[in-house]
Ligand binder design. Structure first.
Ligand SMILES: Cc1cc2nc3c(=O)[nH]c(=O)nc-3n(C[C@H](O)[C@H](O)[C@H](O)COP(=O)(O)OP(=O)(O)OC[C@H]3O[C@@H](n4cnc5c(N)ncnc54)[C@H](O)[C@@H]3O)c2cc1C
Length: 457
């Protein structure tokens, strides 16, 4: 066969099942080409775009060291290249779920190649489970996370590392070239940095995971999201590591495994209900009359709502491409409940800004907050952003990292500046409405509105 290996979001040289596949079936391969399709990130934030290119370049450098040069093309040129190279087969990661555009996910890529008469071989690379193997007795996906977790947790086992020599690959691979007009710079070995960050977490902060993961001022989280999103690490090696050290600290390790399984849960649901990428999972809410108030949306995006916890979280996202899970819950509830804006607007904004964007986790995260998802927060448990701030950033340390104006302000006044505007003026000379915005909506009023809207269904 004339095999093209599609290196999309599997940007790792170690433990790469695509490479193992080639070695295993090398006798059947007459010609071998590595092809790296570049994603179009023109509508993404600069921070996210730069990270992506840095990862791609790091990967290309690493391959080059092993004497492998892939063809680099845009997605649009993929079919054309397949014809030029007379590919009979392509090997594709089959568990890639639309990391930036829908057309990059497996079902679309598969169809596009089949239209060019190329046979597609799908391979697991980025998720732990094969979706259908996680189903319940009725052969349906679990729709409640706890049931999914209980049923599938025992199937996490140690899996052998992939074994291949790069010589075995480079000897048979044809040399490709950069056919995109993109020139990127990066000398860092991103894969190595990802591995190191993960090892550091395993040897350090995981010890606080169960108790303190929600404390946004301390950030005892792994940052694993972005490494998984770009395939810099394989979820199977992550699980291997967790199982290996499990007995040293069961409580924290289990808490972490549980979170990682959320990603699998949402992935399975997304493969089965792909329409929920844009529609409410819960059908009864599909006719909800959301707000499409652009002014409110802009204020939320820029972090000018007058609720410091929301504003600080949005400013951090805009600046760094990252937001803590608790804060994702807070700002998404704020947008969909306090401002009653359609969750798809928020989902889209996160897609453009989050470096660790993952379509399944993002869509379901948003639907959780909007109370339209499966196993979502009930609408009557609407977050109060001030209470969230007091609970998860009690001293206001996180707020202060993003909103300098509050640097010297006591934690007593920091969570609800509109309420304490006289004190802020008197003690710190901060004028609410001028130096920092007044709250854009009153929490109690918006709560009453939301309850009323949901009760109609
Ligand atoms: C509105 C909203 C949008 C979200 N969008 C994304 C997204 O685009 N990409 C993404 O990876 N996660 C998303 N999440 C889930 C979660 O917030 C992130 O996975 C987490 O914050 C990433 O940071 P971390 O790797 O440091 O997390 P850790 O706390 O260190 O967690 C480790 C890993 O567990 C998984 N995980 C943890 N919590 C969740 C969760 N609630 N749902 C799914 N997987 C989880 C992730 O793979 C994560 O990397 C979203 C959550 C919400 C509420």
């Amino acid at each position: 066969m004339h095999l093209g290996v599609i290196l999309n979001r599997v940007f790792r040289t170690k433990d790469n099942p695509l490479f193992q596949y080639i070695v295993k079936y090398q006798n059947e391969i007459n010609k071998l080409y590595f092809i790296l399709p570049l994603e179009d990130l023109t509508d993404a934030s600069e921070v996210k775009r730069n990270y992506y290119y840095k990862v791609v370049k790091g990967f290309v450098n690493a391959l080059d060291k092993h004497d492998i040069q892939p063809y680099i093309v845009t997605y649009e040129k993929l079919g054309e290249l397949a014809e030029t190279l007379a590919l009979s087969h392509v090997l594709v990661a089959k568990d890639i779920m639309s990391y930036h555009k829908e057309i990059y996910d497996y079902p679309h890529v598969k169809k596009a190649f089949e239209n060019h008469q190329v046979t597609v071989i799908g391979q697991r690379v980025n998720h732990y489970f094969v979706p259908t193997k996680t189903f319940n007795k009725q052969q349906q996906p679990y729709k409640v996370f706890t049931s999914f977790y209980k049923a599938n947790r025992q199937d996490l086992v140690h899996t052998p590392k992939k074994s291949y020599q790069f010589k075995q690959l480079s000897q048979i691979a044809e040399k490709g070239s950069n056919q995109s007009d993109l020139k990127f710079e990066n000398n860092k070995d991103i894969e190595k940095l990802a591995r190191k960050a993960w090892d550091d977490f395993l040897n350090g902060d995981i010890a606080h995971y169960d108790k303190l993961t929600d404390d946004v001022s301390q950030d005892f989280v792994s940052g694993l999201g972005k490494y998984l999103a770009y395939g810099l690490l394989d979820i199977r090696e992550i699980i291997n590591d967790l199982l290996e050290d499990y007995e040293s600290d069961e409580k924290n390790f289990e808490a972490f495994i549980r979170e990682v399984l959320f990603r699998e849960f949402y992935y399975v649901l997304m493969t089965q209900y792909s329409e929920t990428a844009t529609k409410s999972f819960s059908e009864k809410y599909r006719n909800m009359q959301w707000s499409y108030n652009k002014t409110h949306f802009e204020v939320w995006k820029k972090g000018q709502t007058g609720y410091p916890i929301v504003d600080a979280a949005m400013k951090k996202l805009n600046r760094t491409g990252y937001m803590h899970n608790r804060l994702r819950m807070v700002v998404s509830q704020f947008l969909t409940k306090n401002l009653f804006i359609d969750w798809t607007w928020g989902e889209e904004y996160f897609r453009q800004y989050l470096i660790d964007y993952d379509n399944a986790s993002n869509v379901h995260g948003w639907q959780w907050s909007a109370s339209t998802g499966t196993d979502a927060v009930p609408y009557f448990r609407m977050f109060n952003p001030i209470r969230q701030s007091e609970r998860f950033d009690a001293q206001g340390y996180f707020i202060k990292t993003q909103l300098e104006i509050f640097n010297d302000v006591s934690s007593k006044y920091i969570h609800d500046p509109t309420k304490y505007k006289d004190k802020l003026q008197e003690i710190y000379h901060i004028e609410i409405g001028k130096d920092y915005p007044q709250t854009i909506v009153n929490h109690k009023n918006s709560r009453d509105y939301v309850m009323d809207k949901f009760k109609q269904f």
